[in-house]
Design a protein around this ligand. Structure first.
Ligand code: GUN
Length: 285
């Protein structure tokens, strides 16, 4: 059985076309969705991400502000900027690029973002709403995983989904979202005993453990759907997922490539969240 590729670029392109129409509709009502991205310091990967977010905003017709602050910015100066953005009517989404320099308390910063503008979905109130199933802005990568599954018509309800990784950014929220879609969910992590016994039961396997090529075919049941959230930079400069793609691909019903699978969905879902936030703030249905 040859695994079919789940194409994040195609799904992203389709969603972006849909969003452009919505942006036009809102802008005609006098509401142009606006995103503010804040970058502290000069981390190379973060700069690439931030530039890409800005470019996507312009392509889709959003208002975009990028605040590039020096690495020695104080926590109180950063909090003051967020306070300004919280009250700024042209801005509907605020994203502070992580990681922050060590002298800044990440939690204090995330907590200071207005929940209505929390397009990362990292604020404790957003997380709490996700846990209890209330309306909230969903974290982008996990929401992108669900969107990829749905748009490839992969049945989630009643399936056994196994998630490897328990981070706040991916593992925990994707487990909750899969459960919300009526999957039976098992979470595995670095301390799980007999992990393969569990993963071999998976109909859907989401891998977000941050170790290059961690999952090989010995983890899988034939016909599984594999979602690889990993993005690991190898010594040779190449990007590798958490799944050994070449080793497993013939066993899978569907598999996401790296790059070109989950990756493109993250910014697309950020744009989706910003649009949703703008509509909610202005009570447009
Ligand atoms: N750095 C890497 N991924 C992310 C993300 O999803 N959100 C933010 N704010 N920073 C990141």
């Amino acid at each position: 059985m040859a695994g079919s590729l789940m194409n994040g670029k195609t799904v992203s392109a389709a969603m972006r076309e849909e969003m452009k129409q919505e942006v036009d509709r809102l802008t005609a009502k006098g509401v142009q969705p606006g995103l503010a991205v804040v970058l502290v310091g000069e981390d190379a990967a973060s700069q690439v991400y931030v530039n890409s977010k800005h470019k996507t905003c312009l392509e889709l017709g959003y208002y975009s502000e990028v605040h590039r602050l020096p690495a020695d910015t104080t926590e109180s100066d950063l909090l003051a900027l967020i306070e300004t953005l919280n009250g700024q009517s042209t801005i509907h989404g605020i994203l502070v690029q992580l990681p922050l320099p060590k002298h800044i308390n990440e939690k204090a910063v995330i907590d200071s973002i207005a929940v209505a503008k929390d397009v990362d979905g990292f604020h404790p109130v957003s997380v709490g709403n996700l846990v209890i199933g209330d309306e909230s802005l969903l974290p982008c990568t996990p929401a992108g995983v669900i969107e990829l599954l749905k748009r490839h018509e992969v049945e989630i309800a009643g399936k056994h989904a196994v998630v490897i990784g328990r981070s706040n950014i991916v593992g925990k929220p994707v487990s909750l979202l899969l459960q919300r879609e009526n999957a039976t969910v098992t979470m595995c992590h670095s301390r799980t005993a007999n992990m393969k016994e569990l993963t071999r039961q998976a109909d859907i396997l989401v891998v977000a453990i941050g170790r290059a090529n961690f999952v090989d075919r010995s983890f899988l049941k034939p016909g599984v759907v594999v979602i690889d959230v990993g993005m690991n930079r190898l010594d040779n400069g190449k990007l590798a997922g958490d799944v050994d793609f070449e080793d497993v691909k013939d066993l899978c019903a569907w598999i996401t490539p790296v790059p070109g699978g989950v990756g493109p969905m993250t910014i697309t879902m950020l744009m989706y969240n910003t649009l949703k936030a703008a509509k909610r703030i202005h009570q447009i249905t």
